[in-house]
Write a protein that binds this ligand. Structure first.
Ligand code: ZN
Length: 204
């Protein structure tokens, strides 16, 4: 695959390495990128020839230690990640970008502080505000730069979140379509999902 040279302006992201990665969701390639601005590494699971491709299924997945790794039932992150990897794993081409922005960008320790407030009855948005954070600190310019480096011309975004479509479009990426990821609620995350729908505008 061809990965272009980094160019400015932008968050100064560079491609580091790529390797084959067979997974339970199919045969992927895993790519690593480094962002000089935030000093973080970004991982991408990819399939097919992406350079010059249009309408490529792409998921921007924000890291969730409790959900993705530990199987928490408080959120739907792992369900969404698995749905996205399954979708791309069954597609000719596609990419899942794993973004190191835990807890909507506030970090793991602050996310657990917010969980402690939620144990006392606050919802996700109220808890973040009580800690002095805006509802959502996530940003998509680094993801946009990675999509450009992959040579993807336009994306079919795997998401229920209109803010993500808008954020990526603002960062200069052509969003040709979006593909909803519906995952069933459970007894623990029904309130979380309702807050996403009612306060954050997610299509659920
Ligand atoms: Zn989560």
């Amino acid at each position: 695959m061809h990965v272009g040279e980094s160019h400015s302006p932008g968050p100064n992201v560079r491609f580091v390495a790529e390797a084959r990665l067979p997974s339970r969701y199919g045969d992927f390639r895993v790519l690593a990128f480094e962002c000089a601005e935030d000093g973080l590494d970004y991982g991408v699971m990819a399939r097919g020839e992406l350079f010059g491709a249009e309408n490529v299924p792409v998921r921007l997945h924000s890291e969730c230690f409790t959900g993705d790794v530990m199987g928490s039932l408080k959120c739907d992150c792992r369900d969404q990640l698995e749905a996205a990897l399954t979708y791309v794993g069954n597609s000719e081409k596609g990419a899942v970008l794993y973004l190191p922005q835990e807890g909507r960008g506030i970090g793991l320790a602050n996310k657990i502080r917010a969980y402690a407030l939620q144990d006392r009855g606050l919802d996700t948005v109220e808890a973040n505000i009580a800690l002095g954070f805006p509802d959502d600190l996530r940003r998509y310019d680094t993801a946009a730069e990675i999509i450009r480096l992959l040579g993807i011309r336009s994306v079919a975004l795997l998401t229920n979140n209109p803010a993500k479509v808008a954020g990526l479009a603002r960062a200069g990426i052509a969003v040709a379509s979006h593909i909803p990821l519906q995952t069933p609620p459970n007894a623990h995350n029904a309130f979380y999902l309702a807050t996403k729908r009612d306060k954050s505008g997610h299509r659920l």
